[in-house]
Structure formats: structure tokens, C-alpha cells
Design a protein around this ligand. Sequence first.
Ligand code: OSB
Ligand code: MG
Length: 379
Amino acid sequence: MKIKEIKLYQLLMDMRNPFTTSFGTQQKRFITIVEAIDEDGTSGFGECVSGEDPLYSEEFMDSTLIALKKYFGPLVIGKEISHPDEVWEIYKPFKRNNMAKACIEGAVWDLYAKQKGITLAEALGGKKTSVDVGVSLGIEDTDEALLEKIDEKVKEGYKRIKVKIKPGRDVDMIKNIREVYPDIPLMVDANSAYTLDDIETLKALDEFNLMMIEQPLMAGDLIDHAKLQKEIKTPVCLDESIDSYEAAAAAIEMGSCQIINVKVGRVGGLTQSIKIHDLAEKHNIPLWCGGMLEAGVGRLHNVAITSLSNFTLPGDTASSSRYWFEDIITPEVVAENGTVTISDKPGIGAEVDFDKMKQYLVKTETITADDQLDMIMHN
Ligand SMILES: O=C(O)CCC(=O)c1ccccc1C(=O)O
Ligand SMILES: [Mg+2]
């Protein structure tokens, strides 16, 4: 394939429910959709998952938009690409900016699958035809309000419930949940809100038969996570800390976690996700696919990567309707009884609906062969 043009659609979508984590509360989501158009007219789609502000990681929507326009778009336009793995190689000299890299790479993967007439899941080497999913619930003002949400999601059949915690909204809250639901598959996500000084709190959480504690400490603190994992029996799951294949390898070797949450954008794309998948499988580290409040395109990429064999735990890819009044794809992602069926249509398996997208569109940018790489450094 040879990409002729890349279109970036920046969207602003209202969320159906406010979502609160230890970072704060959000009610709107900025999203960038990438369309990579091949010489033969086929389009592949990707979605940039960076946050609006650099709270989850260093990337944010304005930074990724610049990175896409200035580097990662021009770097692939007009190049003969025979396999999507080559995109990571092309981007290699350019450090980090993983979410920006991943969304174009994802569009190239979709394009590749469409040209081969196979599903994205098949192109990635996935064998499953459906995937199990759970749901991630934000912090609520009261435990009663959270219990109501849990009740709703348990009834909808989600395969596990994840609740966000932060200092002051942790042990008592989990105790109250466990009193009502002693047996549901339950886990917590701290988004790095604790340090080892909070070890007593984290040890107290060890008593509630949680599936895992996700990212209790700061990203980068692989050593402290290893120390923590030695002190508790609940598996530590890493999210923010696993920002590359190398970080995954280090975390596994040091015993910093027993479970990894793979987010395609965070690790730099689908090729890197597969590499982490294969390594984790070899080391008996189960995986699940995390979410970044994605619109439909990102949601379908998550479903596709979850089709790989070592994604054995339910992920965060809940139904489109949990997040959006109307998603931008047809059909939307639907979890029925906690299971999403993978479409057998080529690529991501649904149409990007430009009419639906119009209502959210803030701006469109087009990158063409005229947009040469503009750098101070020269080879
Ligand atoms: O439902 C989702 O998309 C996942 C929600 C979620 O937990 C999350 C949302 C935004 C940023 C980080 C996280 C996280 O997994 O830590
Ligand atoms: Mg997380």
C-alpha cells in the first residue's frame, strides 16, 4: 500500500455520564479520528486516545494533533508499506508520542486488513469470534450512588466490575460494596493515586477478594510496585506504568505485577501490543484490554486486539451507549450479557458514519504529499 492522504477529524463529544477518577471529573471528550487513504481509494481508520490534558500520561489532544501533522502523518505518506509492522520502524527515531504514533499505525492496520479482505482481528492473529468485557465505573459522590450503578451493570451482564478509588474513597467504599455483592468479580483502579506510605490502606484492600488492584502507585515506579506485590496477595495490575514493550519486560522480570492492562495507544500501537502479548503469554501473565473512553473506532480496535489468546480477563470495552448518546460508527459496539461479537466484515468491521460524526466535528485537517517533514535536523 501507499498512503496518499491522511485526514484528521477532531471531535468534541458530550458524555452520557460524568466520569470521575483520581485525576478529576470529565463530561466531554475530545477525540481525533484518523483516516488513512490509499492510492486505490481504500480508507483505514484509527483513533487517537490521548487525554484532553496531560494527567493520565504526558500526551494530550493538542500535542498529539501537532505530532500527527508535523511528523507522523508526513512520515508515512507516499511510502511503500507492505506490512503495518513497518510503521513502527519508520517512527523509531522519534521518541515516545506513543498515542500519536498508534492512531496512524491503527489506521494502516485497518487498511491492510481491508485490502486483504480479512477482519482486523484475523490480521492481528486473533482467533476468538467474541470477547468478554467488563465495565469501569467512576467515583461517585456517595457509596449509595455507586451501588446503584453497580446494580445496573451487574444486571446488564458485564463480566466484571471495576471501580475507581482514590485516597479517602477506598477501603470503606469497597467494604460497603462487598457487603452487598460478596461474590461479583470486582477490581479497583487507583490511577497512581497512592505511594508506599499508604501501604496500610493497600494492605486493607487485600481483604476483599479483589481480582486485582490496578496501577496503585506512580507510573515509572516499577521497583515500588514490586515491593508492594510482595506484601499483598491481590494481583497488582499495571496500566500507566506499561508504556512500552521494554517497560512490560522490566515489570515482568522484576515482579512488579501479575497482570497487565494493555492499551494500544499507550504502548505505541497494535504491533507493540502483539509483542507485549506474546511476551506476557510466555511468562503466564494474563492480559486485558483497557479503555480510554473511546468512540467507536478505538472501541473496535480494542475488540480486535482482545481476540488474541492471552487476553483472558474481561476488558473495559463496554457498549458504545454506556459513553455516548450516539456513537460515530454503524453498527455501534454492543455488549450483550458482557460479550461483544466480532463482526466478520473486513477491517474494524463497522462503517464510520460521517453524518453522525458531523454533529461532533470541531475541525478537519488534511495531510498530503505536499506536507513535507519539517525538521531542523537533517541526515
Ligand atoms: O471505560 C473506559 O474506556 C475505561 C475507563 C478508564 O478506566 C480510564 C479512562 C480514561 C483514562 C484512564 C482510564 C484507566 O483505565 O485508567
Ligand atoms: Mg487504569
